[in-house]
Design a protein around this ligand. Structure first.
Ligand code: GLN
Length: 536
């Protein structure tokens, strides 16, 4: 742990979906830019132990940390805005809190006492919040409390925060409340009443916020700032405007314009060092003013819900910004490819098939992978996307019409994707996958090797099935070659098609490591290939 331990809590009011994760991530970005050793933590007040079993329809993508924890997508924002890898200590759920407490109870650690929400659950919450500073060596943690103030699930967390405020010196704890100031469609008026009510709700559980960030669709008039300050009992200059912006990456810049970083540092009793956001600014400018555009299709199961592929979208935009290119994403439901055939893929400069689980839409994805190969369209298959490319290749090039993954056809005569023997039988859904970072060795002379510019890589995984190594030579003989293997040579981590402008499948999830200022080499290579293909 560093010399200091300071806690900033970000709560949310009125409605969900106000961008609390982005505001939290932006505070991290701003404090870090001013030389503060900062980390971020997400509290998910669900009973799920981790986000692994949560449906992307309800929660968006599952983000995987380097150490293999399945987390909420906000942790992805944190990593991208901080440019740092985070870990299991940066994410906690009610399921995990209760799991720990019940484990101790079974072990007899409570010595016959009644185990209660207060103090046992709240003590465990405080332990996990303090623990993140020890785990990361940071001096300040910005903790995002998921959900909305007033939710039953959130109460133990608010109580833990209330206790911490009492236990620690005033300068060590600050609370930021994110609220909503809507415009009435009938009169065009901005309304502060919902904000007043949600702050009242917070005060009812004993917490007075130090800052109110007013999310609003238009600039916040000074008069309303004063009104929020008066009714919510915060200083007028602690009411921060949180206007809607075109890109989430503009949020740190807008909050800095409000002086939020300086005011927060002052509240925490920390010195204000001069900060530099020049690289971030130039990234945002490149994002805002691209000189060309390219249209890339994402063929997936959940395309109605874009958050399900959040990190992939962000990774494409990071690469696009580096190439001064606007990446226009065409969302293609895999089911539409099944119905309409290849016509659904017309006019795309590149095709990306993302990860996924379950049979729905598989044939559409296999068709898309096959079409990209035949038509010479750049193709990037990620996890399930790579598996679909392998299936397409087996069917179309090796002439094995029933080739499949045993995930979708357990009786296939050509199980080109399979569970490996050492994985055993999958009986439970939670915590039974290959998760987190694993090393891989790149094949010299391969496209993937050239793009990474290094011999060994470490990438994050989240899957059960693997390329079946017994078919390696059959595929290599017809032009689908491994570009990366596990160090023991047993697992195929990436494959590429020779005789194709850009056809790469990876068993891992490179999107989790892409950063605004450090785009991932494979995404960079892919967008570049798409640009080349669209100008042909
Ligand atoms: N369903 C596949 C597997 O479990 C792919 C998983 C993924 O794309 N993340 O191996």
């Amino acid at each position: 742990m560093g010399a200091l331990s300071k806690y900033v809590f970000v709560t949310g009011g009125v409605v969900s979906g106000l961008g609390k994760g982005v505001v939290t991530a932006s505070l991290g970005c701003l404090l870090q830019a001013r030389g503060v050793a900062v980390t971020l933590q997400k509290i998910d007040p669900y009973l799920n132990v981790d986000a692994g079993t949560m449906n992307p329809y309800e929660h968006g993508e599952v983000f995987v940390t380097r150490d293999g924890l399945e987390t909420d997508l906000d942790v992805g924002h944190y990593e991208r805005f901080l440019g740092q890898d985070l870990g299991a200590a940066n994410y906690l759920t009610t399921g995990q809190v209760y799991w720990n407490v019940i484990g101790r109870e079974r072990h007899g650690d409570y010595l016959g006492h009644t185990v209660q929400v207060i103090p046992h659950i709240t003590d465990e919450i405080k332990r996990l919040i303090r623990g993140v500073l020890a785990a990361t060596g940071a001096e300040v943690v910005v903790v995002e409390v998921g959900g909305t103030v007033g939710d039953i699930e959130g109460l133990p967390y608010l109580e833990a925060i209330r206790q911490l405020r009492d236990e620690l010196p005033r300068q060590d704890v600050s609370v930021v409340h994110l609220s909503y100031v809507p415009v009435l469609s009938t009169t065009g008026e901005l309304k502060t009443k919902p904000t007043q009510h949600s702050v009242k709700e917070l005060r009812a559980v004993g917490i007075q916020p130090d800052f109110v960030v007013a999310r609003c669709p238009v600039p916040l008039p000074e008069g309303l700032r004063a009104k929020i300050a008066l009714f919510c009992d915060v200083a007028p200059d602690h009411v921060i405007e949180g206007r809607d912006l075109v890109s989430i990456y503009e949020v740190p810049l807008a909050l800095r314009e409000e002086g939020f970083d300086v005011k927060l540092l002052a509240r925490l009793g920390l010195p204000v060092h001069s900060g530099d956001l020049a690289a971030w600014e130039s990234f945002v400018n490149r994002l805002r003013c691209p000189s060309r555009a390219v249209r890339i299709g994402i063929v997936g199961k959940y395309v109605e819900l874009r958050d399900a592929y959040l990190s992939i979208v962000e990774a494409l935009h990071h690469a696009g910004a580096a190439l001064e290119t606007k990446v226009d994403i065409a969302w293609v439901p895999a089911a539409r490819v099944e119905e309409e055939g290849e016509g659904a893929l017309d006019g795309l400069a590149g095709i990306l098939v993302p990860g996924g689980f379950g049979e729905r839409g598989i044939e559409g994805k296999v068709l898309a992978a096959g079409y990209a190969r035949r038509a010479g369209v750049p193709f990037f298959g990620i996890c399930l996307g790579m598996q679909c490319a392998v299936i397409a290749f087996a069917r179309e090039v090796l002439g094995w019409p029933r080739a499949n993954s045993t995930e979708f056809d357990p009786g296939t005569p050509h199980p080109v994707i399979d569970l490996l023997p050492e994985q055993g039988k999958v009986t439970a859904k939670g915590g039974t996958m290959r998760l987190g970072e694993y090393p891989a060795v790149l094949a010299p002379g391969s496209l993937v090797h050239r793009l990474y510019g290094q011999d060994e890589i470490a990438e994050r995984h989240r899957h059960r099935y693997e390329f079946n190594p017994k078919y390696l030579s059959a595929f290599a003989a017809v032009g689908l070659r491994p570009s990366a293997l596990s160090p023991d040579g047993r697992l195929v981590e990436a494959m590429e098609a020779v005789d194709h402008p850009w056809y790469v499948g990876v068993q891992y999830h490179p999107e989790f490591r892409s950063r605004p200022l450090r785009p991932h080499p494979l995404f960079l290579g892919f967008v570049q290939a798409c640009l080349a293909s669209s100008s042909r």
